[in-house]
Design a protein around this ligand. Structure first.
Ligand SMILES: [Zn+2]
Length: 718
């Protein structure tokens, strides 16, 4: 990235020194004197002079009325000179005017000071305290030296968990502090937290639970060069930046803008945490009192994290608890909780690095308005915050968690765990390599989870229900691609039937299994794990992602008695009769008769009895086999019983016909020449008027159903 070459700036400097106002020259001299001993100066200038480009070089601290207070390293300072911005050198927040109450390791040990927590340790006091935790709690605390600072100081992490030397399938959580070296309140509070967790294990049930169910990593000081800028024995004079004058909270990879050269402190932090997937973390700062949640790189109007509302929940819980246990006014800046970018956008923050690149959820805890409080005030800040420290850690246990394994070998699988229609912009999580475990903090709701891994079939699980402050367990077996699955079939009872379809199938391929009973047995159905899945003797399904062991059950129960309904056509070939088959007694059977062209339907008969004169009717099956005949007649030869007096007039007609008979006419039906009904009417009278005006001209057959006879007459429509 851009850097400014020193020779160029010397030229500029001389120009400014020659022409600048007397006050500016004095300020320039003062700043250069500070640079003799420190990598940064603390300045203020008029807010109207602030330019976008300065954001990349200066570390903005805060604005008071129309003055902006910033930290500037030498390059940034010379840029200000070049831009002719009129500045004032201010007293740096690390230049304290009180005794910070420093304790050496000998003093800490000798006076039992380690439990008073009202002091700042010297650098060697700090390092010794860390290793002493490991000595005192061998089973609970392990110290990692993750690398050196610019000036060769140690960057230390404490890992705190039960059975600290064993690998456990539990979420990993991180606290760290004081990446801005002069924001030292959190430094001491983190040392105290390590002690509090370790010393309360086994006696305090809440702490025992946390250490049994979490791996907690705490780095009390990410920038000891900044904290001990003056010398190893005092925090007075601490600087925000590291020894190279770089603001470490602008130094991490960033999805929007990557600006400065990566520093040893940043590289050490990134390489150590590359081996650990943190579920949640928090980074402690000072200078204001609030919780700041992602993103820092965008305002919430531009981009919200997928878990924006969850971040508000956990941030509010932190701030509300701290407010409750502190004097009024504590942790109330911006209401106590703010979206990072809505406060002010920065690029390269650690919060966005862990949240975006490491699939973590990190917030920033701004713990005290005064960056470096007197030692005597440190216990009060502990009291305001320690419950919130514990609550926030506990949140990493809530939401959805589980194990993802290979369905065949049961080995853990490194899988992507995605919340569908929710996750975006790296908010998904991944399972751990050693156990296949995953943890997904989530706000209450119902979600669909998708599990995917190279070489495995995806698996989606819907309707996963989450409630706040609870954990939903969701374990998944992923099936390797190309895996075949087996269908086995057990016949129950043995030899009661024969089955087909057992064998090996590809996932999703169609499988047909059949069962046929032997002897007096009847097929009951297909059962899986004792539950009926299908009762058809032939069952087709697509092979699922598991082996299936069906039981084909047969029974000796007698099937319900059925009877045959045989339908005949008389004369043979003059029509069709539908509805014949096998039926149980009392079953309603719909039967229908259709004549071929030139024939008309007469009636249904069983033996010599007329069953119905209706062409279609519901027949009630008796408890015996039945043969029923559909009778048809040739239209032209339709029998007319001469004894019946029957008149149809006029014939031919334009459409109106009068029909009269001696006896009651039950029904009149008129067919066209291909046997299709064009008119039908129930009459129940000795005469009737029939209207065929809507019917095409032509020859028709009028069937008159009498009480004792059926007569068919040809009529003509003009
Ligand atoms: Zn800070």
């Amino acid at each position: 990235m851009k850097s400014f070459k020193t020779p160029f700036f010397f030229v500029v400097l001389f120009a400014i020194a020659l022409f600048a106002k007397a006050q500016s020259a004095e300020q320039v001299t003062k700043a250069y004197e500070i640079f003799e001993n420190k990598p940064e100066v603390y300045l203020s200038f008029d807010a109207s002079e602030m330019k976008e480009i300065l954001n990349f070089y200066l570390s903005y601290d805060y604005q008071k009325e129309d003055r902006i207070f910033v930290y500037a390293n030498k390059s940034a300072f010379e840029l200000l000179l070049n831009m002719q911005i009129d500045f004032k050198v201010e007293r740096s927040p690390g230049d304290i005017d009180f005794d910070p109450n420093m304790k050496t390791w000998e003093e800490i040990l000798a006076k039992g000071n380690e439990k008073s927590w009202d002091f700042y340790p010297t650098y060697s006091g700090y390092v010794n305290m860390m290793y002493q935790f490991q000595t005192d709690y061998t089973n609970l605390v392990k110290i990692y030296n993750i690398g050196e600072t610019v000036l060769g100081r140690d960057l230390l992490y404490a890992k705190i968990t039960s059975n600290v030397n064993q690998q456990k399938a539990v979420p990993k959580f991180m606290y760290s502090s004081t990446m801005h070296g002069d924001e030292a309140t959190g430094f001491v509070l983190m040392l105290r937290l390590i002690d509090y967790l370790a010393s309360n294990y086994g006696t305090n049930p809440d702490i025992t639970f946390l250490l049994d169910n979490l791996e907690i990593y705490i780095c009390p000081n990410e920038n000891p060069d900044g904290t001990y800028t003056n010398n190893d024995n005092t925090v007075s004079g601490a600087t925000r930046s590291n020894a190279n004058g770089v603001d470490l909270n602008r130094n991490y990879p960033n999805p929007v803008s990557q600006h400065s050269v990566r520093q040893p402190e940043t590289i050490a932090m990134m390489s150590f945490t590359d081996t650990i997937s943190f579920i949640m973390s928090a980074n402690i700062h000072g200078g204001i009192e609030l919780i700041n949640y992602p993103w820092d790189s965008w305002t919430s109007g531009v981009k919200k994290h997928a878990d924006h509302n969850w971040f508000i929940l956990v941030s509010r819980e932190y701030a509300d608890t701290a407010q409750y246990y502190s004097p009024s006014g504590y942790m109330t800046a911006y209401g106590g909780v703010t979206h990072g970018g809505d406060w002010y956008v920065v690029y390269g923050s650690r919060q966005d690095y862990f949240t975006y690149y490491k699939y973590d959820r990190e917030v920033t805890i701004e713990i005290s308005d005064t960056k470096m409080v007197p030692g005597a005030q440190l216990p009060a800040y502990w009291d305001y915050n320690y419950r919130s420290f514990l609550n926030y850690m506990r949140q990493s246990l809530y939401g959805v968690k589980g194990l993802v394994k290979n369905a065949i070998t049961l080995d853990p699988v490194v899988a992507k765990v995605e919340v569908l229609s929710h996750d975006a912009f790296n908010s998904e999580v991944y399972t751990g390599e050693m156990f296949g475990d995953y943890y997904r903090p989530l706000l209450a709701g119902t979600y669909s989870f998708k599990f995917s891994a190279p070489g495995y079939y995806d698996q989606t699980i819907s309707n996963v229900s989450v409630t706040n402050y609870n954990t939903t367990q969701l374990d998944v077996m992923l099936v390797p691609e190309g895996t075949e699955f087996e269908v086995t079939i057990i016949v129950d009872p043995v030899a009661s039937g024969t089955v087909t379809g057992a064998g090996v199938y590809d996932l999703g391929s169609p499988v047909t299994i059949t069962a046929s009973p032997n002897g007096d047995f009847v097929f009951q159905g297909w059962f899986l794990d004792g539950s009926l899945v299908n009762s058809q003797s032939e069952y087709t399904f697509n092979m699922p992602m598991e082996n299936l062991e069906f039981t084909a059950k047969f029974s000796e129960e007698i099937a319900p008695e059925t009877y045959n309904l045989t339908l005949l056509v008389n004369p043979a070939g003059t029509g069709t009769a539908n509805g014949g088959g096998t039926y149980e007694e009392g079953e309603e059977v719909f039967v229908s008769a259709t004549p071929i062209a030139g024939y008309v339907f007469v009636n249904w008969t069983i033996g010599s009895n007329i069953e119905s004169t209706l062409r279609e009717f519901q027949f009630t099956m008796p408890g015996s086999d039945v043969t029923m005949t559909a009778n048809f007649e040739l239209i032209n030869n339709a029998a007319i019983l001469l004894s019946e007096k029957l008149e149809i007039y006029p014939n031919p007609s334009n459409g109106e016909y009068f029909v009269s008979a001696d006896n009651e006419i039950i029904e009149v039906i008129i067919y066209n020449i291909i046997g299709k009904v064009v008119y039908s009417q129930i009459i129940n009278d000795v005469e009737s008027r029939i209207n065929l005006t809507g019917v095409d001209a032509g020859v028709y057959f009028m069937k008159i159903v009498l009480d004792s006879n059926v007569i068919v007459k040809k009529i003509q429509k003009l």
